[in-house]
Ligand binder design. Structure first.
Ligand code: S3P
Length: 468
């Protein structure tokens, strides 16, 4: 039924909600046996958010198999319900999204709480920004520090009214434009979230919205909108920049989506298998979109034994299985222009670099400063706390590999799931255990992290002294 807020049949997603709002729960990891076995990581976070959003904007029923059931995605499900979509879990575990249709969003009755989810809030601001509704967005302490101006500024150009906290931070309220202006927007930083927010606002603007992307970023919005029936084209201009043109006010058609495994989540077992001696791990069904595979390329250049098998196409995306064996890694320079294709993977790459021979130099990291934490600083402090020498500059990190007595430290996670997971991986190959101050944040993107690693033979403990 259109316009009614319903809740999940099962309480699975709901019970995960905001678990990291409670007291921090430290976790420790230490060396155990080699890691062996075959696993699947949960569904891709970027595609999961977009499946719920685009399903909500289509008229009719979209089904989503393999949806990532994590806090971030739950927040997006709630936001789409708040404007009238009906999202339920079906008996086979997949989800249905009964969309209300572009242009027909209802005004939310409550504040929209996005928790830790940057992608969720920024893309949703784009969608709401061209609908004549008012909405207020809040988030946790991490999200409330992150810059929203990068999305709110182009929305202002399109006619959205905004009231936001100083520096364009959350909490923020918007009233969407009555009739949004289609704009031409050159994305000033390499950000798929900004590109996507403008395109999603353009969906409900009459006429053509153009986004120019000087540095290519993940293209799930473009690909998936095309699948949903939008008139969207991608070409290159004379400077080699991507030019994306979208015709506004299409009728979006519901889709059946099969979400592949998240390559960013796969990065953790991938690196762990490379650095824990004797390991041999198969990670099945991983998304291999060319804008997401920078970590694999880099680890192979470092000498990692990673075989991609059974490459295939699912729902317009390339996927494959990764066979990874423990390897002797060597330090390299990671090209700066590779950063967008591995932007979320630098924390775990830094961990791989700690066990490599020689220095690993990572330039072009300015965007890491505005992630769930200042990730460049958080990684550097975490490495130092565990005896790994490194040099941090404004936008580079150099990790000096092969230190003698790695581990023994406690890492401050700053509400950043990837910092927590990366340093638990460090502990799996360290001389002494590694503790992260809060493991609950992992539920943001990878709720099955601990159980999957335990299946492979890793030792992760809620009690620091047990892991020791
Ligand atoms: C995402 C884009 C990236 C990435 C985030 C997911 C997306 O953020 O870090 O985890 O789904 O569009 P930026 O666009 O800010 O680089």
């Amino acid at each position: 039924m259109i316009g009614r807020v319903t809740f999940l049949k099962t309480s699975k997603l709901r019970t995960l909600k905001m678990s990291h709002d409670s007291a921090p729960s430290p976790l420790s990891s230490s060396t155990g046996s080699s890691l062996t076995g075959t696993i699947r990581v949960p569904g891709d976070k970027s595609i999961s958010h977009r499946s719920l959003m685009f399903g909500a904007l289509a008229v009719g029923r979209t089904t989503v198999k393999g949806l990532l059931e994590s806090e971030d995605v739950l927040a997006t499900a709630d936001a789409m319900r708040a404007v009238g979509a009906i999202i339920e879990q079906l008996d086979d575990g997949s989800y249905s999204v009964d969309g209300i249709g572009l242009g027909s969003l209802l005004e939310p009755e409550q504040v929209i709480d996005f928790g830790n989810a940057g992608t969720g809030v920024r893309l949703t601001m784009g969608i709401f920004g061209s609908h004549n509704i008012a909405a207020t967005f809040v988030g946790d302490a991490s999200l409330s520090k992150r810059p929203m101006g990068r999305v709110l500024n182009p929305l202002r150009e399109m006619g959205t009214n905004v009231i936001a906290r100083d520096g364009d931070r959350l909490p923020a309220s918007i009233r969407g434009a009555e009739t949004a202006l289609p704009i031409t927007y050159r994305v000033p930083m390499p950000s798929a979230q900004v590109k996507s927010a403008v395109l999603l606002a353009g969906l409900n603007a009459p006429g053509e919205t153009t986004v120019i992307e000087p540095i290519p970023t993940r293209d799930h919005t473009e690909k998936m909108l095309k699948g949903f029936g939008a008139d969207i084209t991608v070409s290159h201009n004379e400077n080699g920049e991507r030019v994306i043109k979208l015709k506004g006010q299409p009728e979006l058609r519901p889709q059946d989506i099969d979400v592949p495994g998240d390559p960013s989540s796969a990065g953790f077992p991938l690196v762990a298998a490379l650095i824990v001696p004797g390991s041999d791990v198969m990670i099945e069904n991983v998304l291999l979109n060319e804008h997401r595979t920078g970590l694999i390329t880099t680890l192979v250049e470092m000498g990692g034994d990673i075989e991609i098998i059974n490459r295939r196409e699912t729902g317009g995306e390339e996927v494959g299985d990764l066979r990874v064996k423990a390897s002797r890694l060597k330090g390299i320079t990671v090209p700066a222009d590779r950063a967008p294709s591995m932007i979320d993977e630098y924390p775990v790459l830094a961990v791989a670099a700690a066990f490599a021979e020689g220095d690993t130099f990572m330039p072009g990291l300015d965007e890491l400063r505005v992630k769930e934490s200042d990730r460049l600083a958080a990684v550097a402090r975490g490495l130092e706390a565990n005896g790994v020498p490194c040099i941090e500059t404004e936008d580079t990190l150099t990790v000096k590999g092969g230190a003698d007595n790695i581990g023994g430290g406690t890492v401050t996670t700053h509400l950043d799931h990837r910092i927590a997971m990366a340093f638990l991986v460090l502990g799996m190959a360290s001389h002494r255990p590694v503790t992260v101050d809060d493991g609950a944040v992992i539920a943001t993107s990878f709720p099955t992290f601990t159980s999957l690693f335990e299946e492979l033979g890793a030792v992760i403990s809620a009690n620091a002294s047990e892991a020791a």
